[in-house]
Design a protein around this ligand. Structure first.
Ligand code: ADP
Ligand code: MG
Length: 616
C-alpha cells in the first residue's frame, strides 16, 4: 500500500488547535486580556457586542509589538514568553503556548493594531481564517488593539452551538472577573453593546472586589493572611452568614492565575465546618503565591487546572489560616438592621434542635381581602416554603375539628421508620392511604404493590406545571407587598433579572425599579413568601448562569423550573396526612407525573410480586 500519512496544512492544524483553545467568546476574551497583562499594560479596555458573538475587542497600553513580531504573533507556537523547556518552570506570564492568536485568527476575522513606544508608527494586520488580508502602517497609540469579529464564521456547527447571549455574556463576565480580580493594579473597563458594565480603577484588593461585586460586599469580607515557606496566602473569605445556597463567588488565584481546584475548595469548606449550613457555599477570594517551580500549569490546555508538588501541605495551611481568620474576625455578631434575618440561621442555632415556633404569623394576611378564611381547597399557587408549610393546609386542617382527628394525627405524623408497624398499619385502615418515610418519601399502597414518592421531586413537578401554566397564559396573580423589597445584587446579576423581567412579571412579580445594583420589588407571586424571594432570585440567576444545553430551552421553562426547585418542599420536612395526600393527588393530576422538570424520577413502585419473591 502506498504511503498515506500527510502533514496537515497549517490552516487546518490551526483550526483543530482552535477547537482546544477557543470554545466560546469568553475564551477569546480570556486570551486577549491575558496577552494585554503579559505586555505589562496598566489600562485595559474590553469591548464586546452581542455577548462577543459579533465583536470582541481588547485595547491595551502595554509594550506593543514590532512589525515583524506582529506578523509572527499569528504563527502557531510563536511566543516571546518562553525559549526553552526549562522556562516552563519559571513562568511569570499568563501565556506561554503561543497558540492563542493563531487559533483565534483561524476561526474569526481579526484586526490587530500595535505600536511600541520607540516607534513612530505602528502596524495594522487584518487576517481572516488564517489568511492575511492586509498589512499596513498605521498611526496608533502605544500598545495593542486586537479586534475579533464573526467568531466561528467558518465553522457553522460551532457557531450554532453557542448559547443565548445571556449565557455567553455570563461566561465573558466570569472571565473578566477572574482577570480583573487577579490584577487590582491594572485599570480595567468593560463595555457591552456600547454601555459601560465595569469601570475598575487601580485599587487595593478589597476595593477591587467591592467594585466588581457591589458596595454591599464590603461588610462581608474577612481578611485572610498567611506567609509560610511553602505558600503565601492573601485575600478574603466571606463571612459565614453570607454563604450562598448556590455556588457563588469562589476564586483561587495561584501566582495571579485563576485556577479551579476541588481539593483546595474542600480545604475552605472544612474550615467553615460548623459555621455554615451543610450545602451552603462560602465565598472566597484567595491569592496563593508559590514558587513557580513547585507547580505545573501545563496539564490542561485552558489552564485553569494546575498541579501542585505538595498539595497536602497546601491544603493544611489553607484550612488553618482560613479557620484562624474566621475565629479572629467572627466572634462578635454584627448588628445589621438592613439584613433580612429570615434568611440565615444564627451561628448559635446551627447545631441546636429547633422547636417549631408556637405562634405563627400569617405573613400573607391581608385585611383588605374580602374573605380571608381559606376555602378549604388547594389554590393554584401553593405556599410551599417549609416554614409556612402548615398554613398551606389551613383550610384542610380546619375540617379536622374532632378530637379523634387530632389524635390520629398525633400518631401518624412525623413517624420514624422505627416506629410501630402496627400503628402505620392501623392508620391505613383508618382511611389514610399514605405514609411518610424518613421525612423524605411518601409511601402509598396501590393495587399492584407500593408506591414510593420522592416528596421534593414530586412537589417540583407539581409547582413546575403550575408555574408554566401561569407563565404561558401570562396571568400569574400578584400580591402587593406593604413595603417594597430591596435586593442588592451585583450588576451582571441585575442584568439577568432585566432580561427575565417580563417573564417574571407573568408569574406575578412586580418590579418598581431595577437599578445598577439594586432591584426593588413591589409585588410577588401569590403565596410566595416574602422571605423566600431573594432565595428564589438567587437560584434563578444561578440556573441561568449554568444553563445546561437543552433543545427545549426557553426562558419561561427555565424560570418555571428554577422557581419550582426553590419553592418545593425539601427532604427532611415532616408532612401531615393531608399534605401527603395533596402531593400524591396533585402529582398524578400532572401531565408528566413520572419525572421532575429535569427528568428525574419522581416515584418508584415496588410490585407485589417483587415483595412476594422476597418472602420465598
Ligand atoms: P502566548 O501568549 O502564549 O505567547 P499568543 O498567541 O497569545 O501566545 O501571543 C503570541 C505572541 O504575541 C506573544 O508571545 C506576544 O509576544 C505577542 N502578543 C500578543 N498579544 C500582545 C499584546 N497585547 N501586546 C504585546 N504583545 C502581544
Ligand atoms: Mg497569550
Amino acid at each position: 500500500m502506498a504511503d498515506i500519512i500527510q502533514l496537515l496544512p497549517d490552516h487546518v492544524a490551526n483550526q483543530i488547535a482552535a477547537g482546544e483553545v477557543v470554545q466560546r467568546p469568553a475564551s477569546v476574551v480570556k486570551e486577549l486580556l491575558e496577552n494585554a497583562i503579559d505586555a505589562e499594560a496598566t489600562l485595559v479596555k474590553l469591548i464586546i457586542k452581542d455577548a462577543g458573538k459579533t465583536l470582541i475587542q481588547v485595547i491595551d497600553n502595554g509594550d506593543g509589538m514590532s512589525t515583524t513580531d506582529a506578523r509572527l504573533s499569528f504563527e502557531r507556537h510563536a511566543t516571546s514568553k518562553i525559549k526553552t523547556a526549562e522556562d516552563l518552570f519559571q513562568l511569570h506570564t499568563k501565556g506561554f503556548r503561543g497558540e492563542a492568536l493563531a487559533s483565534i485568527a483561524a476561526i474569526a476575522h481579526v484586526n490587530l493594531k500595535t505600536k511600541q513606544e520607540r516607534d513612530e508608527v505602528g502596524t495594522e494586520i487584518t487576517i481572516e481564517g488564517s489568511t492575511i488580508v492586509s498589512q499596513e502602517i498605521v498611526v496608533t497609540p502605544k500598545g495593542t488593539s486586537v479586534s475579533v469579529k464573526n467568531l466561528f464564521f467558518n465553522i457553522p456547527a460551532r457557531r450554532n452551538f453557542l448559547k443565548s447571549n445571556t449565557v455567553e455574556l455570563r461566561h465573558v463576565i466570569d472571565e473578566f472577573h477572574r482577570v480583573a480580580l487577579a490584577h487590582p493594579k491594572i485599570h480595567f473597563t468593560f463595555y457591552n453593546n456600547g454601555s459601560e458594565m465595569f469601570n475598575l480603577p487601580v485599587s487595593n484588593y478589597r476595593q477591587r472586589i467591592v467594585n466588581i461585586f457591589g458596595a454591599k460586599t464590603n461588610e462581608k469580607l474577612v481578611p485572610v493572611e498567611e506567609a509560610t515557606e511553602v505558600v503565601k496566602i492573601v485575600g478574603f473569605v466571606g463571612k459565614p452568614e453570607f454563604a450562598k445556597k448556590t455556588r457563588g463567588e469562589q476564586y483561587f488565584f495561584v501566582n495571579e492565575r485563576f485556577i479551579k481546584s476541588a481539593y483546595l475548595n474542600h480545604a475552605i469548606l472544612s474550615a467553615f465546618e460548623g459555621l455554615i449550613r451543610p450545602g451552603a457555599h462560602p465565598s472566597y477570594f484567595l491569592n496563593l503565591t508559590v514558587d513557580p517551580q513547585s507547580i505545573d500549569i501545563n496539564i490542561h490546555p485552558t489552564k485553569t487546572e494546575i498541579k501542585f508538588n505538595d498539595e497536602h501541605t497546601l491544603y493544611a495551611i489553607l484550612r488553618s489560616s482560613v479557620k484562624h481568620s474566621l475565629g479572629q474576625f467572627n466572634i462578635a455578631p454584627v448588628l445589621d438592621f438592613e439584613h433580612d434575618s429570615n434568611l440565615d440561621t444564627p451561628y448559635t442555632d446551627i447545631k441546636s434542635v429547633v422547636d417549631t415556633p408556637k405562634i405563627e404569623v400569617d405573613r400573607n394576611f391581608n385585611p383588605f381581602q374580602e374573605s380571608h378564611s381559606m376555602k378549604g381547597q388547594a389554590s393554584a399557587f401553593k405556599r410551599p416554603s417549609s416554614g409556612h408549610w402548615d398554613s398551606l393546609y389551613i383550610g384542610l386542617e380546619s375540617k379536622k375539628i374532632t378530637p379523634q382527628a387530632d389524635f390520629k394525627d398525633m400518631h401518624i405524623e412525623g413517624e420514624e421508620a422505627a416506629s410501630s408497624l402496627f400503628e402505620a398499619e392501623a392508620s391505613v385502615e383508618q382511611d389514610h392511604k399514605t405514609y411518610q418515610f424518613h421525612n423524605k418519601y411518601i409511601i402509598s399502597a396501590i393495587k399492584s404493590g407500593l408506591l414510593v414518592i420522592d416528596q421534593f421531586r414530586a412537589h417540583q413537578r407539581i409547582l413546575y406545571e403550575e408555574f408554566l401554566k401561569n407563565l404561558t397564559v401570562k396571568e400569574g396573580v400578584s400580591q402587593q407587598l406593604l413595603f417594597p423589597l430591596q435586593i442588592h445584587l451585583p450588576t451582571p446579576e441585575v442584568e439577568i433579572i432585566k432580561q427575565l423581567k417580563e417573564d417574571l412579571e407573568h408569574t406575578g412579580f412586580v418590579f418598581s425599579s431595577i437599578g445598577d445594583e439594586l432591584i426593588e420589588i413591589m409585588g410577588v407571586p401569590l403565596n410566595v413568601p416574602e422571605s423566600e424571594v431573594s432565595i428564589i432570585l438567587e437560584q434563578l440567576i444561578n440556573d441561568v448562569q449554568h444553563e445546561v444545553p437543552e433543545a427545549s430551552f426557553s426562558a419561561i421553562d427555565l424560570l418555571a423550573k428554577s422557581m419550582a426547585k426553590s419553592l418545593a418542599i425539601k427532604a427532611g420536612q415532616p408532612l401531615k396526612k393531608d399534605e401527603q395526600e395533596y402531593i400524591v393527588n396533585k402529582l398524578f393530576a400532572c401531565k408528566e407525573p413520572n419525572v421532575t422538570p429535569s427528568n428525574r424520577l419522581t416515584f418508584v413502585t415496588v410490585g407485589i410480586d417483587e415483595l412476594d419473591k422476597k418472602f420465598i
